[in-house]
Design a protein around this ligand. Structure first.
Ligand code: ZN
Length: 73
């Protein structure tokens, strides 16, 4: 049980650490910015999801282009 709690604690710390490494990606077409700290609530994307982990069918909520039109800021 203690091992489990330790594992959980480490996992949580990693999650928190990750959340401090937020990334922003900018749409090169319209300038809309994907901030992984915010996510994309209008498309059901929860805060904390990395740009790389967005579903393949995800598109810019402003202009509708795909992920390949975004560049890392
Ligand atoms: Zn766009």
């Amino acid at each position: 049980m203690l091992d489990f709690l330790l594992t959980l604690t480490v996992w949580l710390h990693k999650k928190i650490y990750k959340s401090k490494n937020m990334e922003k990606w900018k749409c090169t077409v319209c300038g809309w910015v994907y901030d992984s700290a915010v996510g994309d609530p209008s498309n059901g994307i929860n805060p904390g999801l990395k740009f790389e982990d967005l579903p393949g069918g995800w598109v810019c909520p402003e202009c509708g282009v795909g992920k390949d039109m975004f560049e890392k800021m």
